[in-house]
Design a protein around this ligand. Sequence first.
Ligand SMILES: [Zn+2]
Length: 383
Amino acid sequence: MQEILFFLLPIAFYSGWQAARKRYRERQEKRKEISGSFVRGINYLLSEEPDKALDVFLNYPEIDEYTANTFLLLGNLFRNRGEINRALRIHQNLVARSDLSKSQRLAAMLALGEDFFSAGMLDRAESVFTELLKDDPKHAEACEQLRSIYEQLHEWDKAIEITQCAQQQRSKADHARLIAHYYCELATQELQKQNLFRAEETINKAAKAYPASARVIVLKADLAYARGQRGEALEAYQQAIGKDSRLLGMLFSQLVNNFNQPDELERLYVFVQKAFVKTQDAKLFGYLLQLARKLGKLTDMRQQVEEHLTKGKPSLNTLVHSSDMLSSLWREESGCEIAQLQTALQRLAASQPDFQCGHCGYKMHGYLWRCPACHQWDTVSNV
Ligand SMILES: [Zn+2]
């Protein structure tokens, strides 16, 4: 028996060696075939035949770490070139593969969500990022993308919730500022619906999140006005403007329309006059002149206007109001030329945007808390 075994041993050894050699040869051939199709795909890309390249890559038999990264980058390249459909096909194909590691799957889902986001399909993007968070609840980029989606959809409750998850992404103050803005958006909606009690609750939450917010004081003023507490409302508006002088530009028409009683206008006039004397801010000067006109105090302003025109830093806006005032005072003497100058200046001023984003330079006619171009909060101010 032992002799037979001894005799069979070399045969077993030989057949094992043969099988290993065959497997090695097959693997080598397969590898050659895979790298051949990879090169073919790249060649199609280089010769501007992206659809053929796409077919090669989508039918690629095996994915390892390097090819997965290459496909991700390729999809991102298509997205950056605005070829969203191609990017979607690559990333969808990647996500559907069963041979991805967990980190590869997360990266592919993130890229897929970004494709949907770029295509403006926000609901699809939202469901991809939400799915991703089930696998990795603290995934910072997915949280940030979702936050951006909820901002665009004005789903402020969800934005507050997801901002907690993306907290590590930014400084504590920035985080608190964002949360306060979201609560302010909710409070504005409640005020519009005349739900004053809920508005107050929400404003308090905003104040708690970011006590330094001037927007919260504006909302407190809006709430007081809605409750008919005019004195408190005017006081709060002044407090907000004292904190952030840009707000006068945003609130001015609302203030002169809502507080049109002579004593209220006088209060506003004194407030703006004091602020102008303190800061010499030319932007305030235009508003001051408008209030003086409403109160019939143009003669009182004559010296101040002449000083501003000769020594101050007149802007287009203050020129319009100064010429307006001078033309009123001199109408009877030589009104015609000044009136023409005034009309020209008014037309020029009306064509100019009043506000500009300090972050990206985008100009706009009305004040916005969030720049529509770069989506930053609190960056808009008077031009
Ligand atoms: Zn901007």
